[in-house]
Design a protein around this ligand. Structure first.
Ligand code: CP
Length: 315
């Protein structure tokens, strides 16, 4: 496989391979190994048109641990600010013959467009409301650390499902692993048509009665001007957030809490969640490095994944 653009097209064997490799990398690097030469001589270009802390920094750490050279494309100081089109930027990137391009952009499908026009291995680090595949992989990895056989476990995803690339990628991946997924959020922010296998709730108590093992809060995208939050963020916290009282119930039931970050404290979660013993939010960030190492190591810049044809033949 040359690129990682989405979860939807990944085969189960590929997912299991990546999660196993992530485990190996995590073990290797907790034994105080600092660097391995897997990608020596390779170059990684970080092309982030949108803000990122976790994804950007963990890709950079992952690439450096594999001995790759990392270049940060500074969008603010590039010719894009002088009106250069994405197409011209892609032609420039191709001329640089970089081996990997890690790209985040507000337009769905842009990483795919770059992938088709360059020989580099392109990794989607989040495109619009479409996909965020490495977030999904690190979420699945984090869940599998707690539930090695996650089949039949239940994950309740809460928030703005409609605009969330995390919800799309993570729920697709969890379902491929046999995890049950449900959505909870205001009616306007949960898609009207979801697969029949995904229960859709607008009421918190009804969703909790479904019996989740993990409660996964999505970030409220306060920067989105076109979304009215119910009708205020304070009200959103009261109706859909993990309040202090709800945290007590979650603790009694032994549920895990996840969040992709960055957290809006007092909106999705009360402050006390940060000290909750079953919060996996820090684990998610830490696991992002091993998972992204596995992804970089797995892709073959300029070539094909050897088993690609065999996987493509499967249903
Ligand atoms: N989860 C996530 O994508 O976080 P960043 O925006 O900080 O990369």
């Amino acid at each position: 496989r040359k690129d990682l653009l989405d979860i939807a097209s990944l085969h189960r064997e590929e997912i299991e391979f990546l999660l196993d490799q992530s485990t190996s990398f995590k073990k290797l690097f907790t034994r105080s190994v600092k660097k391995i030469p897997a990608l020596e001589g390779k170059s990684v270009l970080m092309l982030f048109y949108e803000a990122s802390t976790r994804t950007h920094s963990s890709f950079e750490v992952a690439a450096k641990r594999l001995s790759a050279e990392v270049t940060n494309f500074n969008v603010d100081h590039s010719s894009i600010t002088k009106g250069e089109s994405v197409r011209e930027t892609i032609e420039t990137l191709q001329a640089m013959r970089t081996d990997y391009i890690v790209v985040r952009h507000s337009h769905s499908g842009l990483p795919g467009m770059i992938a088709r026009q360059t020989t580099a291995a392109v990794i989607n680090a989040g495109d619009g409301a479409h996909e965020h595949p490495t977030q999904a992989l690190l979420d699945a990895f984090t869940i599998k650390e707690k539930f090695p056989d996650p089949r039949g476990k239940k994950v309740l995803i809460i928030g703005d499902i409609l605009h969330s690339r995390v919800a799309r990628s993570t729920s697709t991946l969890l379902q491929k692993l046999g995890v049950e997924v449900a959505y909870l959020g205001p009616g306007s922010l949960v898609p009207k048509y979801v697969p029949a296998s995904i229960p859709r709730f607008t009421d918190y108590e009804a969703a909790m009665a479904w019996g989740p093992d993990v409660v996964y809060l999505l970030r409220v995208q306060l920067e989105r001007q076109d979304v009215q939050f119910f009708p205020s963020v304070r009200e959103y916290h009261r109706v859909y957030g993990i309040t202090t009282a709800r945290l007590a119930e979650i603790r009694d039931r032994g549920l895990y809490i996840m969040h992709p970050g960055p957290v809006n404290r007092g909106v999705e979660l009360c402050d006390a969640v940060m000290d909750y013993e079953r919060s996996l939010i820090t684990n998610q960030v830490e696991n992002g490095i091993s998972v992204r190492m596995a992804v970089l190591d797995w892709l073959t810049p300029g070539g094909d994944f050897p088993k690609q044809e065999a996987y493509a033949a499967q249903p």
